[in-house]
Design a protein. Structure first.
Length: 63
């Protein structure tokens, strides 16, 4: 996951298909956006809405 502030984190999940991995990445991005909206609604002064969304990259592991 890559976040708008430039930080990133690596997920350890392993999927059988690329479609499963893509669905997971899209769900995580959606969760990030929803969480930001909830924080903004609870205290807009401390938690402004992000202009950009989180993004993800799928990495294929051969082994």
């Amino acid at each position: 996951m890559r976040y708008p502030d430039g930080s990133s984190e690596e997920q350890d999940e392993i999927f059988e298909t690329e479609q499963e991995a893509e669905n997971y990445g899209l769900e995580q991005c959606s969760n990030y956006s929803l969480g930001g909206e909830v924080l903004h609604m609870s205290n807009p002064g401390d938690y402004p809405l992000e202009d950009e969304d989180a993004d993800f990259e799928i990495v294929e592991i051969n082994g």
